[in-house]
Design a protein around this ligand. Sequence first.
Ligand code: ZN
Length: 334
Amino acid sequence: MTESKEQNDGGSGNTNSGKADTPSRNWITILFYIYLHIFGLVGLYVLLAKIKWITLWYFLALVIFSYTGLTAGAHRLYAHQTFTAASQLRFFLVLAHTMAGVGPVYDWVLWHRLHHKYHNTDEDPFDHRKGFLYSHVFSNFQSTSSNVQLKNIDMRDVGSDRIVWVQQKFYWILFIVLTFLLPIYVSVEYCGESFVNSVLVIGATRVMITTHIAWLVNSALLIWGLKKGDRFPVSDNNSVFFVTQSYWPNYHYVIPWDWRNDEFGPYERGFSTFMIKMWYEMGLIEKMMTTTTKDIREILEKIAVSKVPIKEAFEQLKKKSEEDACRQKLVYYP
Ligand SMILES: [Zn+2]
């Protein structure tokens, strides 16, 4: 849940080149998240100790559904255009994203593009140099009106998507009905769960988790990415549970338009990647953007032996990949 903002009709002109103002905080959003976490943590206890099995399965299904909307939808489809999707699939993904309760797709994409454009500079809203807590939590409370750099982000493609437009236009009513009322009603009516348990688990805990998934897309590099001086394979002495580092989050910041790159570490694997493959098989995807090891190696050699700037070299790589995608109708490796 974030504040709605004025329409950014894009334009790549650099009307503002100075530093962003000191970001002001959106206090309504902060209060919302404080309450969400208080109720969400209570719900987490209820989830582990009290609810019915069917409610647990329902809870997991909703989280996975929203996860797909956040990663395959808002991130890979809308923020980076790694593939093109039929209207039915875009509707499905925007619906899944709406149920995650993290604000309109348009807003999330706007901030994420700003993050990529100014990565590791003072203008980066999720500035990784300030640490994980800042990047993952506090950076999400910035007010859009105080950030002049947002006007420099080209959003014409997302702004012209009718499904995204409808979601943004009617966001608050959709947020109340699809994020909270409907999922809670289904839990009470069809899972036979008590109203209080449903509010706590299906309402608060679920949205708390989907919120952190959405935030993690901007901060995952700090958990799963390589640190300065790391070599691959990385020592996992500091890793906990399944947390192991990989170079793919770093790869994403160099080549963000590769559909096969998972948000949280793996490449060519992961649930969203599997889903995108499945949608392709179902005929819901026309074009997918990716590249090959050979092409990347050639570009890196070119950078090493000539004076081609890195940015320009990767633009050439993207252009070549687009041409390949066009020539083959799509680039796809089953
Ligand atoms: Zn990205």
